[in-house]
Ligand binder design. Sequence first.
Ligand code: PLP
Length: 475
Amino acid sequence: MDSQQFREFGKLAIDFVADFYDSVRERDVLPSVEPGYLSRILPEEAPEEPQDWKKVFEDFKEKILPGVTAWHSPQFHGYFPCGTSFPSIVASLLTDGLGMVGVTWIASPVCTELEVVTLNWLGKLLGLPEEFLNCSPGPGGGVIQGSASEAVLVCLLAAKDKTIRRLKALNEDLDEDQTKIKLVAYTSDQCNSAIEKSGVLGSMKMRLLKADHLGRLRAQTLTEAFEEDKRKGLIPCYVVATLGTTGLCAFDPLEELGPICETENVWLHVDAAYAGAAFLCPEYRYLMEGISYADSFSFNAHKWLLVNLACSPMWVKDSLDLIKAFDVQRIYLNDINLKVKIPDYRHWQLPLGRRFRALKLWMVMKTYGASGLKKHIRNQVNLAQYFAKLVRSDERFLVDPEPSMGLVCIRLVGGDELTRTLLNNLLEKKKLFMVAAFSKGRLIIRIVIGSQFTTHSDVEVTWKLIRDEADNIGA
Ligand code: PLP
């Protein structure tokens, strides 16, 4: 493909994406394909000969597109939102167009420098303590990880290294291997699967402690777990608190958990994958009270901040903890003498190569402005409240627990079986998508306001579909 063909193909693709969003309400939320559909219609071998791009694009529309779930339909209410916006899409295109790998500063100075600037901007907007910021005089700073999973794992590995260094300083004969197997991590049973997986990947026992009736990990539970393990000769090392759990969007109280971690020299990581974006709005910052106790904090801008996947900003109070844990040198990675404080980000993450992720964050922050981003968050919270109000007007339904951010959990008073039938029937019709969770032992349907295009009338459409199905099943 030459640059002229690229111009034509690219323009067609941009028009396609614009049309895709303009017609987002016309598509079923769930695709009508059966598992294995693609293998049946694609050839078994890769094409030997080059194909004309126009034909390839037709193939894309005919074969690939039908398998796409409409995440940006206002009737998509599953999981948490998948961030997207036009400026972010353009930034992704430019990033790929520039085609560079930011392994060191000199490998593309702007890759490192824009990340520093945007994470300072964003950290300030979120109200993070100054010590987390690159612009603070200390060793704190922000970096963009590819996912919340990576952030949690990187911090777990750094916590392991830090604990071993601390114990070694107390006892230079310490057997590191024997000590490592005694380290324990803690989180709540409401944690995302990614947290549990970080324990598996990082070879650290991860205890899922029982959350309270509102889905929060409480101080007493954590203290008891620490005490129990210490009695067994084990060593508490790492705690992951969640601000906005995946099931119910519950918030672990950092002001309770933080002092315990501080006293016990345990690394506290805060996973705010979805709800972290809400801290742009000062009225929600009470939910992160105690954040100054945290060693690290991460959230997914690619969930609720209109930035496309993947963009998980993470801040640490002491980047030396990462560098000491992950610094592996090679002569080909030697940077020029920078003479100013600039992070060598390859020590802050799992991969060596770095994508220019800061560009989309920068584009989004500039084109929306802080005011536009706050408006987006507040609008989605208001829509969730409106949906909850509609549900409460029907006595066959319960909203339980209280709506949190853009999430409303509902169930039928008629019981779990009826709620399950309602969900299954709705999914079969493909007009709505949502997933189930449990609250206080009862099955609930999670309805997340997922699309940035959602309006009050879209919320009414969702409610009508649910209510009509409740009529159908005689709820
Ligand atoms: N933590 C929470 C609270 C989440 O909701 C999710 C995903 O929904 C994750 C972690 C995992 O995020 P990622 O896919 O970026 O690893």
